[in-house]
Ligand binder design. Sequence first.
Ligand code: TMP
Ligand code: ASP
Length: 239
Amino acid sequence: MKKGEMLYEGKAKKVYSTDDSGALLLTYKDDATAFDGAKKGTIRDKGIINNRVSCLLFKLLEREGIETHFLKWVDERSVLVKRLEMLPVEVVVRNLVAGSLAKRCGREEGSELQRPVIELYYKDDSLHDPMINESHALAMGWATEEQLRIMKEKAFKINNILRSFFDSIGIILVDFKIEFGVFQGRVVLGDEISPDTCRLWDKESLEKLDKDRFRRDLGKEEEAYREVARRIEKALREE
Ligand code: TMP
Ligand code: ASP
């Protein structure tokens, strides 16, 4: 595989073409942003840790029958992925109240939900990724009815798999955000799953092991990210 030109630079990753027209190379950066880029910083080795975590979680999901864009780990910061046509709809799944849901509904962080919640957001930084519903996505042509149905079904399945995996390593999967794209006509999981895109709380201490440490100036971001990677690697090695 040969690395080609940079096609796109996002806040946390760069995307390169390769000599395979069906594959892209993603490289993970240490840059951390929050509030649509209004807060900027870096977390040392975040790119390395997130690449590792995301590759391991995608492999776990593949094993459980969820198709992802993951093809091959290339080096500590890079991964080869299927070239998806991304759908501009972010899917958030929540198991406990936290973050924007706590604010929007006036519930305390950590409050229980009677069942998982699913939310859709339109991926557009200039609009601050507004929350949308299915009828917006259909009316604007962001996804078809069939794609939305598959995204929802997969999101709940992914939640079940990841929630029980994280539980087995002493972590509560509070919520997470995922993105999908189309590959050869199929709706496939893309982007990343990492402490940048999940809320992960230690089961015993309820300590935050995710990007909220950066968003809320709690410090020890690198240690938290490393701890998540360490527990995931240990669990998957021991299988
Ligand atoms: P929220 O409570 O701020 O809406 O976030 C819900 C989940 O989505 C949380 O796990 C963090 C993740 N997330 C992202 O991955 N990217 C984003 O831009 C935002 C706002 C949240
Ligand atoms: N990813 C978003 C940003 O870069 C926000 C967040 O994760 O809180 O601004």
